[in-house]
Design a protein around this ligand. Sequence first.
Ligand code: ZN
Length: 173
Amino acid sequence: MSSLLPPSAPPPVLAGARVLEYALVDEAVTFTGRLHLYSGNERIGRVPCLAICREFDDGQYLLVHCGEDWEALGVEAWNGPFAQVPGSVDEVKLRAESYYAGLSSKWVKLEVSPEDARAYQEAQEREFICSFCGRGPDELPSVFRGGDATICGDCVRELYRMLDEPDDAPSLQ
Ligand SMILES: [Zn+2]
C-alpha cells in the first residue's frame, strides 16, 4: 500500500484522524492571511502542507495545517460554541480556499481505507503503551522504547526497587 503513495503523501493518520485528502501549498497558491488559528499563543501562518481528515469516532472533519514532514502545526476542528461545522470534504475545501487562494485544484485523495487507517493508528498507539503494566499514554508521563518493547517510568522504578531489596525472601525449601 505505502509503496504506491507518492513520496510527498502524508501518513494515513494525522492528529488522530484519518487523512482523506491532502494538498501541497506551492508558489501558485497565495496565502490570504484570513486564518485565525493558534497553537498555544502562536498564530499559524502559511504552511507547506495541508490535510483534510476525518475523526474515527464522530466522523467530524478536520483541516490539519502541517509542516514539511507532515508534522501537525495546527488543527482546525470548528468545535467552538459558535462554529459552523463543515459537513463535507467540499465544505472544508471552501474554507481552505479562503485561506489559500488557488488551493482548490491541488487536493489529492489519499486512498487509505478506514480499516487500514485504524490499524495504523492502533500500531502507533501501541508504541506508547507500557509492555509491563499495560497503561497507555493518557496515564503515563514518560515511556522508554527499546526494540519492540516499551516500559514506563513507574515500572523502571519498581524494577530498581526489586533489584535493591536485600535477598531475604523466604527460601522455597
Ligand atoms: Zn509500566
